[in-house]
Design a protein around this ligand. Structure first.
Ligand SMILES: NC(=O)c1ccc[n+]([C@@H]2O[C@H](COP(=O)([O-])OP(=O)(O)OC[C@H]3O[C@@H](n4cnc5c(N)ncnc54)[C@H](O)[C@@H]3O)[C@@H](O)[C@H]2O)c1
Length: 354
């Protein structure tokens, strides 16, 4: 079905994050948009015109686009409460998928999906885009080469500011527990968990604190105040990998932080620091043979580390070899850690992650 080694995708959910996918698809020769789907008719028409998608390939119903023989794969960018549904339909119709994070709403959904997936696996990636930041890819290579020796501790933060009272950010689905599952934790924390697993290995235990700072927000549809049901801030400590101690903070209330996801890895012989806001630079603190003590150097990341989530997705569908991609399994394990963080915060104690 795949012609000329070009993968034709159907995009479900045409809101904010779909722009990232549509913009990047237009830059990659091996992938193209063949169909789109949204329940918002205005958006469907607007994106349909913009992408040159004909009327009969614009869908309101997600199962129809997933089942359509005109698309080789799905990119799903819907709100969190629909991720499991889309993944389930893709497994049912054996259609490869790139699904956005967080993986599911809760562990129960994740466990049910995992049972289905194990019986009928499909090529699947989860939208953990930050591990594709060139500096993150390069850091991983340096760790594999033992540049800083054994990692002893890791400091991870993901801070944004839009939720701070100063900005009067309105109520939307991201504050509604029934649609989003969690707040900063699933939105930003899922990326922190993925980065930590990427660099240091599996989580073994966590101890967490979750806070909501802004209890009520104005719903732009009604002008009325609505209760915020999810976290604005989550921090946790963890033990992961080969006994690595981890310290994690995510918040939507950090004025001065725009989209600051940074990781510092402390090893026996040095330190590495990466930040998605400086995607092409890495801070390396190591001692070379000619130096008496470790010296901080900021290096430009070599261009070979510029691979992308979407180019890997196309290669996966075309049956080519892909390395270190964020898989279904990464989504599932990520959700397990999220579940344990919530349990720990609710129960006020360190808990195991199996
Ligand atoms: N990987 C990242 O860095 C990143 C960044 C932003 C958002 N996201 C994720 O992307 C997802 C979407 O976020 P967003 O900011 O684009 O949200 P959004 O609200 O802007 O867009 C969601 C779109 O889905 C559509 N939709 C809702 N129900 C639908 C249905 N049944 N069928 C088809 N379409 C439907 C909505 O009409 C809307 O256009 C979320 O899960 C979010 O966590 C990931």
């Amino acid at each position: 079905m795949i012609s000329n080694k070009v993968v034709t995708v159907g995009v479900i959910g045409l809101g904010g994050m779909s722009n990232f996918y549509l913009r990047n698809i237009s830059k990659i020769d091996s992938i193209q948009v063949g169909a789109i789907c949204d329940i918002n008719q205005d958006l469907l028409s607007k994106i349909g015109e913009q992408e040159g998608v004909s009327q009969e390939k614009r869908f309101n119903n997600m199962e129809e686009i997933i089942a359509s023989p005109d698309v080789d794969a799905i990119i799903s960018v819907v709100p969190n409460n629909l991720h499991a549904k889309v993944l389930e339909l893709c497994i049912l119709h054996q259609k490869p998928i790139m699904s956005e994070k967080p993986f599911t709403m809760d562990l129960e959904e994740a466990e049910n999906l995992n049972l289905l997936y194990e019986k009928n696996p499909i090529p699947c990636m989860i939208g953990f885009i930050h591990r594709y930041t060139p500096a993150f890819q390069y850091a991983k290579k340096l760790l594999d080469e033992n540049t800083i020796g054994q990692i002893r501790h890791i400091d991870v933060r993901y801070q944004q500011s839009f939720g701070a009272p100063l900005f009067n950010f309105p109520y939307l689905w991201r504050f509604n527990k029934a649609v989003t599952g969690t707040g900063a934790l699933g939105d930003l924390g899922a990326h922190m968990i993925d980065s930590a697993r990427f660099f240091a290995g599996e989580f073994h235990s966590v101890s967490a604190l979750m806070k909501t700072f802004v209890e009520k927000r104005i719903d732009p549809l009604t002008g009325e105040e609505r209760q915020v049901e999810v976290d604005d801030f989550t921090s946790f400590q963890a033990v992961l990998g080969k006994g690595v101690a981890g310290n994690f903070v995510t918040t939507r209330n950090a004025i001065g932080s725009s989209n600051q996801h940074e990781v510092t890895l402390y090893g026996d012989y040095g330190t590495l620091h990466v930040n998605i806001e400086r995607p092409n630079e890495i801070d390396i603190f190591v001692k070379s043979e000619s130096e008496e003590k470790p010296v901080l150097k900021t290096e430009k990341v070599p261009e070979i580390y510029n691979k992308t989530l979407l180019s890997d997705f196309a290669q996966l569908i075309l049956n080519n070899k892909t390395l270190d991609i964020p898989t279904f399994y990464d989504g599932y394990k990520n959700q397990k850690v999220i579940d344990r963080i919530i349990y720990s915060a609710e129960n006020g104690r360190f808990v195991k992650v199996d």
